[in-house]
Write a protein that binds this ligand. Structure first.
Ligand code: G
Ligand code: G
Ligand code: NA
Ligand code: MN
Length: 253
């Protein structure tokens, strides 16, 4: 397939870039972490988001080397933030095929070693779907990653069917509430966001930090604050000057 060859060339010719979305601590109103979001600077189509190419990358096996590049680049950039006096955690998304690699923990360790980044400053995001698809192997993989000292977050929470029992057994540090739930907070005639309240309560009872994705409005942030949410990310952050002081550090390269 031509498209697959384009992806191969993109990797070789370094056409991938990372953009960063800050994750803000609600209590201090300070950015504590940044999520790396993959983009393809396509020579003729412009900047492409992952939904345009991740399916083909996964099917062709190319998501493993692309994901490794993401890990290494994110660790390098986080190390640079630290050296600039801003020791933010960097959050990296792991794809299903990456999660299935037998030597995943070794690959992560290699990215840390190459960059000199402390493991505590790397957080790996796994979706509910990935974990549930591999319930048999997930616990061992998660434990191997956690043993490196990196943080683990469960992504897009609420969109899948994770059982609370599993959450209790798995060594997660953070639960990220999917933005589809946040969208409904404070809208006209919106149903009361009981699901959000329940997810925050559940995360706290399991000792997990809880982050809300896709926060865009003051009303949403107020609601989350009142209900004990720990962190948030979304367009609200940049639009309200909450990145002041980072001086373009998160612009990527
Ligand atoms: O915001 P954006 O359009 O970039 O994200 C679309 C989706 O792609 C999100 O679900 C996000 O988690 C995912 N994504 C972004 N970057 C990466 C990446 O480096 N690897 C993987 N596997 N998924 C990513
Ligand atoms: O959870 P995931 O990794 O899929 O989320 C990243 C996606 O969310 C990216 O596509 C990013 O561009 C998008 N995104 C980030 N902040 C916001 C926001 O405040 N509102 C909406 N609608 N999308 C957002
Ligand atoms: Na994510
Ligand atoms: Mn998500």
């Amino acid at each position: 397939v031509a498209f697959e060859n384009d992806l191969r060339r993109a990797l070789r010719e370094q056409q991938f870039v990372l953009e960063y979305e800050a994750q803000v601590d609600i209590a201090s109103a300070r950015p504590m972490a940044a999520e790396a979001l993959l983009r393809w600077r396509h020579p003729s189509l412009g900047l492409l988001r992952p939904e345009r190419f991740i399916a083909v990358a996964e099917e062709s096996g190319l998501m493993v080397p692309i994901g490794q590049w993401v890990l290494e680049q994110a660790c390098r950039e986080a190390r640079r933030w630290q050296q600039a006096g801003h020791p933010l955690t960097v959050a990296v998304n792991l794809s299903p095929t990456q999660f299935l690699q037998r030597n995943l923990a070794d690959r992560v360790a290699a990215a840390l070693a190459a960059s000199g980044l402390a493991p505590e400053l790397l957080e790996l995001e796994l979706t509910e779907a990935v974990i549930m698809k591999h319930v048999a192997t997930a616990p061992a993989t998660l434990r191997a990653l956690r043993a490196l000292g990196v943080r683990l977050a469960i992504d897009d929470f609420g969109t899948g069917y994770t059982r609370v029992g599993h959450l209790r057994e798995y060594p997660f540090d953070k639960l990220k509430i999917d933005r589809t739930f946040i969208r409904d907070i404070g809208g006209d005639g919106a149903a009361p966001p009981t699901a959000v309240v329940a997810m925050i309560a559940m995360a706290r009872s399991l000792g997990l930090k809880v982050l809300a994705e896709g926060v865009e409005t003051e009303a949403q942030l107020r609601f989350l604050t009142q209900h004990g949410c720990d962190q948030f990310q979304g367009h609200y952050v940049a639009q309200n000057g909450m990145l002041d002081g980072l001086d373009g550090l998160l612009d990527g390269a």
